[in-house]
Design a protein around this ligand. Structure first.
Ligand code: SAM
Length: 215
């Protein structure tokens, strides 16, 4: 999978994906993630990529000509699934993560300041939100999305069983898990887990899983 990220802060993307599973996904060749500095497509030598809103109002707006040039440069001919991050986009969830994990190529366009010129929507395939709140930029939402999709690519996780039982993989949450110490500050673990009866343990675990959609 090829992922390109268009951002004013490429170091945020590079840094955050250089650990643990996202790093392993890239090192093993399952995905290549490249963060591009949007100012590379600036309209002038001062690196300007945004401007004031027509009609007045606070803040700066990312220019459509800059966004179009950047998208065309990293995704010539528009073969990738292009996503722009926006608080009013489609709500990201595990189902969308699974859909994205099957794409050959993805491009993420991160907003900053007051957001995007509305005409940019014509150059992307989807507007996506990670939740009903406003963040300062599209980098953290992009990282959330990339992290959740990389772990779904076959071969990225060492133990595929861990995926199958994870919360949201079915409509059930994961069951409660415990590790050593057996007793901590007087609180023990459920006796069933010490019996070694795998069928009974599986039954108990199933009984502890709850509906993931009605939490
Ligand atoms: N003025 C915009 C509004 O009211 O919708 C908010 C702009 S926000 C400060 C700057 C950028 O952060 C957005 O363009 C978007 O890329 C990103 N962003 C903020 N919250 C987000 C969210 N919940 N989901 C996805 N992207 C978000």
């Amino acid at each position: 999978m090829k992922i390109d990220v268009l951002t004013l802060f490429p170091e945020m993307i590079d840094q955050a994906l250089s650990y643990s599973i996202p790093n392993r996904a890239q090192e093993k060749g399952h995905a290549s993630v490249k963060a591009h500095q949007l100012r590379h497509w600036a309209i002038d030598k001062h690196g300007n990529v945004d401007d004031t809103p027509y009609g007045g109002g606070p803040g700066m707006i990312l220019r459509v000509d800059v966004a179009d040039a950047a998208l065309e440069a990293v995704d010539h001919g528009h073969t990738a699934h292009r996503v722009m991050l926006s608080p009013d986009g489609d709500q990201f969830d595990q189902k969308m993560a699974e859909e994205f994990s099957k794409k050959e190529a993805l491009v993420f366009l991160c907003g900053r300041y007051e957001g995007f010129d509305a005409r940019i929507e014509e150059y992307v395939d989807q507007k996506v939100s990670i939740g009903p709140y406003v963040l300062s930029g599209g980098e953290l939402p992009t990282l959330v999305i990339i992290d959740s999709i990389l772990r779904l690519i076959p071969g990225v996780l060492g133990n595929v069983a861990s995926l199958a039982e994870e919360t949201f993989e079915t409509d059930l949450t994961e069951y409660p898990q415990y590790t050593r110490p057996n007793i901590y500050k007087g609180k023990g673990i459920p006796d069933i887990l010490l019996t070694g009866h795998h069928a009974e343990i599986a039954k108990w675990r199933l009984s502890k899983r709850r509906s993931a959609s009605n939490r």
